[in-house]
Design a protein around this ligand. Structure first.
Ligand code: GAP
Length: 510
């Protein structure tokens, strides 16, 4: 992996048309980003592949698409209205506001995964930390609720106040009974959702990593309360290896350790099979789409760090250029949410268990919850390569994720080659997002497409007019094969899905 900084990635993404600062012509708005013509393709491909892998290819998970604004009672029941807060510090003189844990991290060059107001106060005093902008003192630390508010209807009073959802998960809980009954789901089963979430972050930063508007891909996985120990799918992941960083390792200042899932379970490092299963599955989702396995670790939350609802939480983390950071939070939420909604709504959300002939409130044993923007960054960082020999960037995105699957060019600007290229382009375009490119030398066109992550380039030359074949060039190793035009679509299909090695997909051009 080329070590590009997060700022460097933001510049690259803007220059190539992946991501722009929102409303840049007006000076922008911190924490909001727009996706350009390539960014929206990559983002859609991430979401499509996530949905395919987690929903379409399984029979135990179904989806919903809940609304962004919902009855505010939902957030009272979930605890967000009271507890969804971060600690902030106000400068007494210039009034600048800081997210307390971020300020401590910047000043003391140390990670702070859980801080109380009391400990913030102590550290500010002990290390004599002042406002970085004007070097003055801070007022007492206080908590700040991260939910954005809005009004529903043409009234602006307390009774009309509602919130933009800070997570998609709660909609899954409020719709739980309807989905379970209508989709005739039997425990264990999951409900998935992809959608926007909004958090009024005190200090949005690190480009797409911490935004105020972002998307989540979440699953709530429900299990019978008496069967939270055994996972019927555990065999699929027992041999899977990944870096593990338990609370004990963190407390003893040890480093993460690579081990197999079966070892982590045997040593009781991961307490439940369900948690182990979902953590491994999520790691596999990333690596299956080309991410480098060793750039990930799973880290257990320290006791004081866990959310108000969680029995145990592990994060899937990624080694970003600015350190190991959370990519995906995975909490064991028990029956907290369903019970809260039962109590607040006075509705029965339990399911009838055929075996025991009793009503049961299922437990959420794991909640794979992933931000789309953070996944976007992971795939971009892992794909980004500055190729010294070629003298250009090669963005080695998995073909399934690549915004443009193939670029079609005529070798030179001759009408007969242009006509043939356009025919091929029009045909391929019916199935794949393709580009037609006729400007500059072929070398320049290859370089341009390498930088956009286009995995295959199709060149139409004079021979093509005689033998009805084209040259297909592979982005990652620049190898070239000759493929019959009539077989091109099928070959592309196999190559995008990585069902065939490039060299075996046609006649290798020496
Ligand atoms: N339903 C559980 C939940 O929302 P979370 O850890 O607060 O848990 C889940 O968020 C994921 O959403 C994070 O792991 C991250 O990938 C993404 N996420 C959270 N806040 C974000 C932000 N401000 N900007 C971008 N992504 C964010």
């Amino acid at each position: 992996m080329t070590q590009l900084t997060i700022e460097g990635m933001a510049v690259f993404c803007k220059r190539k048309g992946f991501v722009y600062q929102n409303s840049e012509i007006y000076g922008g708005l911190a924490g909001f980003w727009d996706f350009g013509h390539l960014g929206v393709e990559l983002k859609n491909n991430i979401k499509y592949n996530w949905w395919n892998f987690h929903v379409r290819q399984r029979e135990d998970i179904v989806g919903i698409d809940g609304s962004i604004v919902t009855n505010p009672k939902v957030w009272k029941a979930s605890g967000h209205a009271e507890n969804f807060t971060d600690a902030l510090l106000d400068c007494k003189k210039c009034g600048k506001r800081y997210r307390a844990d971020h300020l401590l991290e910047d000043e003391l060059k140390k990670e702070f995964n859980a801080v109380t107001l009391e400990s913030i106060k102590e550290m500010i005093k002990k290390h004599k930390i002042k406002c970085p902008k004007c070097k003055s003192d801070f007022s007492e630390p206080k908590v700040f609720n991260l939910m954005f508010t809005t009004n529903v209807g043409p009234i602006e009073e307390e009774s009309a106040k509602a919130y933009l959802r800070p997570e998609t998960a709660q909609l899954i809980f409020t719709d739980f009974k309807l989905v379970a009954e209508n989709a005739r789901m039997k425990l264990p089963f999951g409900i998935a959702q992809i959608g926007k979430a909004f958090r009024n972050e005190i200090s949005p930063r690190d480009f797409l990593f911490r935004c105020r508007e972002f998307e989540q891909m979440e699953i709530e996985y429900f299990v019978h309360p008496d069967k939270t120990g055994k996972c019927p799918f555990i065999k699929e992941v027992l041999e899977h290896e990944l870096f593990i960083y338990s609370d004990e390792m963190q407390e003893k200042n040890k480093k993460e350790k690579k081990m197999k899932v079966k070892e982590a379970l045997k040593k009781n490092i991961i307490k439940t099979e369900w948690h182990a299963y979902w953590l491994a599955v999520e790691h596999k989702w990333f690596t299956g789409l080309g991410a480098e396995a060793d750039n990930f670790r799973i880290r257990q939350h320290l006791k004081e760090e866990k959310s108000h609802y969680a029995l145990d939480t592990w994060d899937l983390e990624y080694k970003f250029p600015f350190g190991w950071k959370e990519l995906q939070g995975m909490a064991n939420r028990t029956d907290f949410d369903l019970k809260q909604h039962m109590e607040h709504s006075k509705q029965d959300l339990s399911l009838f268990d055929e075996e025991s002939k009793k009503k049961v409130v299922p437990h959420v044993v794991a909640e794979p919850s992933q931000g789309v923007e953070r996944a976007f960054l992971v795939f971009m960082f892992d794909a980004y390569n500055e190729d010294k020999e070629r003298g250009n960037v090669v963005l080695k995105l998995h073909p399934k994720l690549a915004p443009i699957k193939a670029a079609v060019f005529p070798l030179v600007n001759k009408p007969e080659l242009i006509e043939k290229s356009r025919e091929i382009f029009d045909e391929l375009k019916k199935e794949f997002n393709c580009a037609y490119d006729k400007s500059g030398s072929v070398g320049r066109r290859y370089a341009r497409n390498d930088e956009l992550g286009t995995p295959f380039c199709v060149t139409v030359d004079f021979e093509s007019l005689d033998d009805d074949s084209v040259t297909l060039r592979n982005r990652d190793d620049t190898k070239q094969i000759r493929v019959k035009i009539e077989n091109l679509k099928e070959t592309m299909r196999k190559l995008v899905n990585q069902d065939i090695e490039f060299e075996n997909a046609g006649k290798l051009v020496k």
